[in-house]
Design a binder for this molecule. Sequence first.
Ligand SMILES: Cc1ncc(COP(=O)(O)O)c(C=O)c1O
Length: 415
Amino acid sequence: MSFSSIPFLDLVTPHVELEQELTAVFQQVLRTAGFIGGPLVENFEKAFAAFCGTQHAAAVNSGTDALRFALMAAGIRSGDVVVTVPNTFIATTEAISQAGALPEFVDIDEHTYNLDPEKLREYLETQCRVSADGKLLSNRSNRPVTAIVPVHLYGQMVDMDPILELTEQYRLIVIEDACQAHGAEYFSRKHKRWFKAGSMGRAAAFSFYPGKNLGACGEGGAVTTSDARIADAAKMLRDHGQAKKYYHDVEGYNGRLDAIQTGILSVKLKHLPDWNAKRRERANEYKRLFAASEGEIQAPFEPSWSRAVYHLYVIRTTDREGTMNHLKKAGIGTGIHYPIPLHLQKAYASLNYRLGDFPVAERVAAEIVSLPMFPQLTADQQARVTEEILAFTTKTTGKQAEREDSLSAAAERTA
Ligand SMILES: Cc1ncc(COP(=O)(O)O)c(C=O)c1O
């Protein structure tokens, strides 16, 4: 029997489907030579802010810069500690370090894989102290803890109510890493309404890397905020620290997003609600299919307060390597997001964390596999992915033999 392969991600189909609209953007920019700034950038910023439920958005050249500019614009200073999770893409901590701050980690929740509010409370209560002048200091680094970066990993928002309660109590700035969560929603029990990712912190960062739910045809990112001062500061930082040409209030960066990319993103933004709905349908279908796995496969957990947008569909299995090899042989693409938690990365050896410091993140990192997930994925393709996984787990756990034994015993009884 021969099967066609199933890619981890299909980036070609949506671009072919939108080819005319996307090339029209390119033609429009060519004919005006408005490559940098201008109405295409401003229109996208307005539309993206409206989509996220914020007052402002600043388009920048990557998610990493969005996070760095958001931190700097919100007042993070050199020498501050910024708290985040160890199971994120390294860009989260790169941005923290590049803003001059020091990352410190708090472990994740076993079910959602996101920042665990109880572990944040424990960190603040037992690993920090308040100095004579009222600053919250980290015991491990003796530096002031000023901000938290909750990461809405895989497209599901962090449980923000308890996090915001703690950050209000400790007067900490919250910058959301929403780089994987365009359109994800959170139901606040406190405010009794749904919030979009990017609208709950003082500011947030999004990535428009091509494979994201909203991706550019190249690099891109955005800062969202409802604080006009943060929006203005982020816009200055992306443009060499100038609000007026050649009048530099601060030293900034070359971090602008060009007009072609924003034009492309405006075209795609109109499709994002439909694409996200399709991702949710695909996730429901996987969940239904994995219900037959008898607990061997742990499908993603979506709490009732969450409407995730499944940037990635991540399962857990005890034989991760075996499962991935089996799928590879069957022509099915997979990924690991991410294999080594940041506190154990060579790049962060100087932070002096050890194996065992964040047991949940470490355990999860050893068992996760990301399966094919994109809006154009078909139910037939999903059936094949799950059949292959279930065939592999049944074989390796010996359940198949058990089932065959009990079937033949039953057959003998009825004979
Ligand atoms: C959680 C997270 N944070 C930050 C980033 C950085 O975004 P970019 O690659 O656009 O710089 C990414 C992108 O992969 C991400 O997934």
